[in-house]
Design a protein around this ligand. Structure first.
Ligand SMILES: *[C@@H]1O[C@H](CO)[C@@H](O)[C@H](O)[C@H]1NC(C)=O
Ligand SMILES: *[C@@H]1O[C@H](CO)[C@@H](O)[C@H](O)[C@H]1NC(C)=O
Ligand SMILES: *[C@@H]1O[C@H](CO)[C@@H](O)[C@H](O)[C@H]1NC(C)=O
Length: 756
């Protein structure tokens, strides 16, 4: 649960890096703008925002890059977090003395006016922790993001380009609310007004109804908000405190929809509205937000109404998730929910068993609830394709929906991304931040300057029995709020942490690696699915080395790695009928393969949808001193664990009803139980049948990692192949990867392979 900063790991050493921040939400410390003639600019140690700020304007390729590293590149100078961003038009644009100009013209090479970006680092203001760029005039970012009013392609005739940023913490109170209906979503008021992320209504009324708000110092803040359906006559009804109303002009039968609000006293800072959003899908409201009620006869359904208006009244601190520790009996349980494919709305079912009444995502949630009740895990990992992008027009809402069963039970959880998560309205960056807004999530964005979002590592620690107080009430490790009535309540973790205080070094007894395996390949030489990039493989190697070098040889903590798309070695399991294909060319590989296949536990029902390029992740895992097993998602119908050269390659087995399956096969979920304080790992699967049947129970490994010298030989052969192919491949790869960065990943309909 501690973020591991790539460079600070090397500079500061492991223990300090593992304790850098408890929240995982690190502020942005620097922004750079690059201009390139080709779409190939990058800044080492910085995260590149994929969207070109000059899109369709015939200018240079202009990109934003940001970092959350605490110091500037190559120096020890501490950077204060950025707290405001502004973009000004014109050659001689200037801001006040406390603003810093960022080098570069956002309209470089086109006919538009010079655009200059300025940032402010105000120690009294709350930091910006995320920036994203969106195309189109009706774009929006995740709940919690604000948008700079200026179109960053203004005057160029190119694509509409908007910069959004996210600022946690204090926001000024809202003092004015307005609505405006427009024939098109290109609906705006003057720049003093902020438009709420999406329209309240679209469609039948042939117009888009938007909410706007602003904050004017010295005006009385708004403290509550409601909607109601009223006829003109009784619009002045008053029940106590004075209420102001806005007639939205949207008519339904004999009534209009009104937005009503009340004001507090001048200067109120508590319980005042400071953010407003429209959420789709009737899913849980964002943590710390409220739902504006809609006062109308429930019998009278309002046509086309699928929006919830939600508002925030001040900051809420998320409950703290304590350091993971083994339970008294030395165990720690992880449940993997693979490919849940949830939608914003109710969704539908694909290939459900015919004996089952399946109505949509609700059945996926029910399955998750049953597994959680039966297993009571210490950690839940959603291993990608959590959000079914194509049916998620509000991915933030989908995230709140799929995490609900876990959050309600106070169980820590994390995610990795699949190939479908990003096909809805949000990017990986926004979804990562959205997940981090939800209680008990421990997900990390991962180090800047490394491909992918969500490369991170965490450790499960041992309990230090010597320091345990005699009459300690909290027997469970991990998180101790499993009962129904303790949702969001966890006042004793502080106590738990103190009680369980352990020494810094060598207390990690098990390591979990999470890696973003991307979505689709943009490399024509290697079409199909994306892969874990070489820089991620290198990050893994160095991180693993840094962790394991602290331990004596026989005490290295074992580890498990999670990613969505199976690495190519998963495909080494033979289909029975392929055995004839070998032409006597047997150098021992086939014998090894046969032996490995005979030890496979579980089913291979479809082809393995690995990338067609092998970036060497398996070799890195094989050569690491700690990783013993990996688990993937992606192939819904494969659920096996295959021992390849001593590494167990597992699949979670598809769980979601909202994507493909097979009627004759129950949806399933994998469980990992770490035993003996990290020495041994058992695994099994739960089927979504009436009995929640356990299948495929096996011990994955026990004892410290020992590499078998006979499989070493095969390892060299394999990585030799990779290196021979590697040189030229890497160059092509590099080029295409950079190209890929510039193209927003909206890949609707691209299927490839059998996997979703
Ligand atoms: C980008 O590509 C162009 C053309 O191939 C090359 O001239 C330029 O040096 C490259 N820039 C970077 C930053 O790699
Ligand atoms: C909104 O509705 C609730 C419940 O009916 C009520 O208590 C509250 O005062 C209303 N707020 C406004 C601003 O009308
Ligand atoms: C699926 O959900 C629906 C709606 O709650 C329910 O009626 C049905 O029994 C569920 N099916 C199963 C197998 O749980």
């Amino acid at each position: 649960m501690r973020p591991l900063l790539w460079s600070s790991l090397l500079v500061l050493g492991l223990s300090s890096a593992l304790q850098a921040s408890a929240t995982g939400i690190s502020p942005i410390t620097d922004i750079k703008i690059t201009t390139c003639q080709e779409d190939n600019c990058s800044v080492p140690g910085y995260r590149k925002v994929a969207q070109d700020l000059n899109k369709f304007s015939r200018g240079s390729f202009v990109h934003l890059h940001f970092t959350d590293l605490p110091t500037s590149a190559g120096s020890n100078v501490l950077l204060n977090p950025i707290t405001s961003i502004a973009v000004l038009q014109g050659q001689d644009a200037e801001m006040g003395p406390d603003w810093e100009r960022i080098e570069g013209n956002l309209n470089d090479g086109n006919h538009g006016p010079v655009l200059t970006m300025f940032v402010q680092r105000d120690p009294d203001d709350s930091p910006i922790d995320s920036v994203v760029v969106k195309y189109g005039y009706d774009s929006h970012a995740a709940i919690g993001y604000d948008r700079l009013p200026l179109d960053l392609n203004v005057g160029t005739g190119g694509q509409w380009v908007h910069l959004y940023y996210r600022k946690e913490g204090y926001r000024p109170p809202i003092t004015h609310i307005a609505t405006k209906a427009c024939p098109l979503p290109r609906c705006s008021m003057d720049d003093s007004w902020t438009r709420v992320n999406r329209p309240i209504l679209t469609g039948t009324f042939k117009r888009y109804l938007y909410l706007f708000y602003k904050s004017v110092p010295g005006e009385r803040p708004i403290t509550s908000l409601n909607l109601s359906l009223r006829s003109q006559q009784d619009s002045d009804e008053d029940d106590g405190a004075p209420r102001e109303s806005i007639d939205t002009g949207v008519r339904f039968k004999d009534s209009n929809i009104y937005v009503n609000y009340r004001r507090g006293r001048l200067g109120d800072r508590k319980d005042v509205l400071d953010n407003l959003a429209v959420e789709l899908g009737n899913n849980p409201v964002p943590y710390g937000w409220n739902l504006a009620s809609f006062d109308h006869d429930p019998e009278e359904a309002v046509p086309n109404w699928n929006a919830q208006i939600v508002y925030r009244t001040g900051e809420k601190t998320l409950p703290k998730v304590p350091t993971f520790k083994f339970k008294d009996d030395g165990s720690f349980k992880i449940v993997q929910f693979a490919d849940i494919h949830m939608a914003t709305g109710p969704h539908s079912c694909y290939n459900a068993p015919s004996s089952m009444t399946c109505t949509g995502d609700i059945n996926t949630s029910e399955m998750m609830e049953r597994v959680l009740e039966a297993e009571r895990p210490d950690l839940v990992v959603f291993t990608g394709d959590n959000v079914n992008g194509m049916t998620s027009n509000d991915a933030y809402s989908t995230i709140l929906k799929y995490s609900k069963p876990v959050v309600e039970r106070g169980i820590p959880w994390t995610i990795i991304f699949g190939n479908h998560d990003e096909e809805g309205d949000l990017s990986r960056e926004e979804m990562m931040r959205s997940v981090q807004d939800v209680p008990f999530s421990i997900a990390e964005r991962g180090p800047a300057g490394i491909s992918g979002t969500g490369n991170f590592v965490l450790q499960i620690h041992r309990r230090d029995r010597r320091r345990q107080p005699r009459r300690h009430r909290h027997r469970r490790s991990g998180f101790d709020a499993q009962s129904e009535d303790s949702v969001y309540e966890c006042d004793h973790e502080e106590e738990l942490d103190e009680a369980m205080e352990v020494s810094d070094k060598e207390d990690g007894r098990f390591t979990l690696y999470f890696l973003d395996s991307g979505a689709y390949s943009f490399n024509l030489a290697y079409p199909g699915y994306d892969w874990i990039k070489e820089d991620q493989v290198e990050w893994f190697r160095q991180t693993s080395q840094a962790i394991t070098s602290h331990y004596p040889k026989d005490k290295v903590p074992n580890a498990l790695a999670f990613f969505h798309i199976p690495i190519p070695e998963y495909a080494l399991v033979d289909d029975d009928d392929n055995d004839d294909n070998d032409n006597g060319d047997d150098d021992g590989e086939d014998a090894l393969r046969k032996e490995e296949n005979s030890k496979m536990v579980g089913d291979k029902v479809e082809g393995v949808s690995s990338p067609s390029y092998n970036s060497g992740m398996f070799d890195a895992i094989f050569e690491s001193k700690d990783v013993r097993a990996t688990t993937a998602g992606h192939d819904h119908l494969n659920d096996y664990c295959l021992d390849h050269r001593g590494i167990e390659l597992c699949f979670g087995g598809g769980l979601g009803y909202g994507s493909y399956g097979r009627g004759s096969i129950y949806r399933r979920s994998r469980v990992f139980e770490i035993l003996k304080n990290g020495d041994r790992v058992d695994t099994w699967k739960r089927l979504d049948d009436d009995e929640l049947t356990i299948v495929g129970q096996q011990t994955l490994f026990e004892g410290p990692k020992v590499r078998d010298p006979s499989s070493e030989r095969h390892g060299n052969t394999n990585s030799g192949n990779r290196n021979r192919k590697g040189e030229r491949q890497r160059q092509i790869d590099d080029l295409l990867e950079r190209l890929r960065q510039g193209t927003q990943i909206i890949m609707g309909g691209v299927g490839g392979g059998g996997a979703m």
